[in-house]
Design a protein around this ligand. Structure first.
Ligand code: GDP
Ligand code: CA
Length: 335
């Protein structure tokens, strides 16, 4: 079975860990071989050049998590990390002092930047980096071209004026506390889907939307020229998992992103934002949390197949069951 997943960083990584565990349970011999093949199309809108290095937060979150090297306590970055180099950079006054690049993490960024400067594409570099970690899934950046998410906010020094900043500055430095007026994806018009992305969507047996940030992870991927068309065209069922539980974004600041695009922080509003495929949208099925069971009927009326199951990814076991439920929805659509 060919499974293609659209994913952002931390939410995507957790979901993928559950999906991999589920596939290993049902298919202990075949997984990673021919029986199940997982391709992940990863958001690269958060990528940034920092102190001369290319940093790809979402690709790295997934690589470290599936590679077993992420910091489980902090929730991101490498386990056993130190920050000596970052402290030196701060002394020199370069980089973003509020955006820590750990020493081990810097090894990844140096390698990536080196290979990019040698002329490799981001997809080729990603394959090289992932080879070390034996992930069992294939990670593809959404595009080899730079598509950077910038956030437009009101300029406090200029009434009626606006200023824009890189998404990471808005998110990490300002903790999404400056009201976003809109998001811009710089470079989008001249970007194309990375090699293999469109084929992975068209040739999939199942397409899954991880419970990732709908605005700055999933929408960003879908906006890359070629990707929306592939999602609309694919013969595979498209099943999404809600990143919103009981009206809350669980962890992180997705609420601020949804408000900026005028979508309520609710599991049904996010599903309707993606839309049902038979009315021109992207989804065949949607998973909401058990606590959101009251939303099922309304979503079914809107043309979606909906299941209410536990959506908290607070253990690998719970996330494994969630991934199984997503695949069961897809199977229900293909019979
Ligand atoms: P990021 O790139 O690191 O921000 O990560 P993603 O875009 O992949 O996912 C972030 C989103 O995951 C958050 O905004 C939450 O809405 C969602 N999320 C985090 N933890 C959980 C969880 O346990 N269950 C569900 N359903 N969603 C979660
Ligand atoms: Ca991200």
């Amino acid at each position: 079975m060919k499974i293609t997943v659209l994913a952002g960083g931390v939410g995507g990584a957790k979901f993928l860990r559950g999906l991999r565990a589920h596939l290993r349970q049902v298919d202990p011999d075949g997984f990673g071989g021919t029986a199940s093949e997982v391709t992940v199309v990863v958001n690269t809108g958060d990528d940034v050049w920092l102190t001369g290095l290319r940093v790809c937060p979402d690709l790295d979150s997934i690589m470290y998590t599936l590679g077993g090297a992420n910091d489980e306590v902090r929730g991101w970055g490498r386990v056993g990390e130190s920050e000596r180099v970052s402290a030196e950079l701060t002394e020199y006054g370069v980089g973003w002092p509020w955006f820590t690049l750990g020493d081990l993490d810097l090894g990844t960024h140096i390698t990536r930047s080196h290979l990019l400067r040698e002329g490799l594409t981001l997809s080729e570099v990603t394959a090289r980096l992932c080879a070390r970690w034996n992930l069992g899934v294939r990670l593809l950046p959404m595009s080899d071209q730079s598509v950077e998410t910038h956030v437009v906010v009101a300029d406090p020094e200029q009434p009626g004026g606006e200023r824009s900043m890189h998404f990471e500055e808005w998110w990490v430095h300002y903790r999404a506390g400056l009201t976003a007026l809109r998001f811009e994806q710089r470079g989008l018009a001249s970007a194309v889907a990375a090699p293999g992305v469109v084929q992975a969507i068209l040739g999939a047996d199942v397409v899954l939307f991880a419970p990732s940030n709908p605005v700055v992870s999933i929408d960003t991927i879908v906006a890359v020229p070629g990707i929306r068309d592939a999602l609309v065209e694919t013969g595979a069922p498209v099943v999404g998992v809600s990143p919103i539980i009981s009206g809350s974004a669980v962890r992180g600041m997705a609420h601020a992103c949804l408000s900026a695009i005028g979508v309520e922080t609710a599991a049904d509003a996010v599903a309707l934002h993606y839309g049902a495929r038979d009315s021109g949208g992207l989804l065949d099925a949607w998973l909401v949390d058990e606590s959101d069971a009251a939303l099922v009927a309304g979503l079914e009326e809107a043309g979606l197949r909906v299941a209410a199951v536990p959506l908290w990814m607070n253990s690998v076991e719970a996330t494994t069951a969630l991934a199984a439920a997503a695949l069961a929805e897809a199977a229900g659509l293909t019979v």
